[in-house]
Design a protein around this ligand. Structure first.
Ligand code: MG
Length: 278
């Protein structure tokens, strides 16, 4: 596996069924990147694909940092819809999403990827809540499965306050459970100031997204994602805080909800901005 420099720039991209692994990795390299998180939506068919991704990484000297899951039926329209549909919280989809998660962990292992990550959904504040108990048990089973594959399980931040997430982490007590910190999510969900949240979670942050966004316009709404530098995160203070807490892993640029053309343009803009800050 190639060596990455401290705060190496990367991005998250979503695997496509109609393109080869090599083609997708070459497109990222054309942007000047040498690492990325591999997003797998519910539609992405992983059967028989691990060897293709592994060979493409070797051929291109490219590092896949994590497999990040999104699940069939998730909907990010507004906060109540997210609560109802995202992650491991909805009881009706729990079993099928757990099976998919374990399959994705094995897929990642076969490529040589050391991290599995996803949103588990809104963690309830009340530990006696039946969803809290069921989701925690599921997270523990996934941690054990990931540990057997030599992997960490990274929880994406933002849908609950940092203190609630920290409490969930501590209470779940698995050594391979950590955080993928996303500063924009804290703003999009109106949860808390991202830099304050980093201070709370700093002992557990093993990977990060670099994303920007605006605060929600009203209760129950989600804020709007923005190209990097045009939202409320404040990229100079975010990067400064990452350095302050001793984070030296990759900076994974994330941009959702755009066309492929705008995505490419926004990633290029983000790379240019981050090159002035790191
Ligand atoms: Mg994110």
């Amino acid at each position: 596996m190639p060596t990455l420099k401290p705060l190496e720039l990367g991005c998250i991209f979503w695997a496509q069924n109609n393109k080869s692994a090599l083609e997708q990795i070459q497109a990222l390299k054309a942007l000047g990147l040498h690492c990325a998180q591999l997003g797998c939506s519910g539609e992405y068919r992983i059967e028989g694909k691990a060897s293709e991704w592994k060979a493409a990484c070797e051929a291109e000297n490219f590092t896949l940092l994590a497999v990040v899951a999104a699940y069939d039926g998730e909907d990010y329209a507004d906060i109540p819809t997210v609560e109802r549909t995202v992650g491991f919280i909805p009881p009706a989809t729990r079993e099928v999403r757990e099976a998919r998660t374990l399959a994705l962990s094995d897929f990642a292992r076969d490529i040589g990827i050391p991290v599995f990550a996803c949103h588990v959904g809104f963690v309830p504040h009340d530990k006696s809540n039946e969803n809290y108990i069921a989701v925690q048990a599921m997270v523990r089973r996934i941690c054990d499965h990931c540990a057997g594959n030599g992997q960490f399980f990274h929880l994406e931040t933002g849908q609950e306050p940092a203190e609630v997430l920290l409490d969930f982490l501590t209470d779940t007590a698995k050594p391979n459970l950590a955080i993928n910190f996303d500063p924009a999510n804290m703003i999009l969900y109106g949860t808390s100031d991202p830099v304050d949240a980093m201070e709370v979670l700093k002992g557990h942050i093993r990977s990060v997204h670099v994303k920007d966004g605006e605060w929600p316009a009203g209760p129950g709404q989600l804020g709007a994602e923005k190209p990097l530098g045009q939202g409320s995160v404040g990229m100079p203070r975010y990067i400064a805080k990452l350095k302050e807490i001793g984070y030296s892993g990759p900076l994974v640029i994330e941009r959702e909800g755009t066309t492929p053309e705008v995505w490419t343009e926004n990633i290029q803009g983000a790379i240019a901005l981050l090159n002035t800050l790191v």
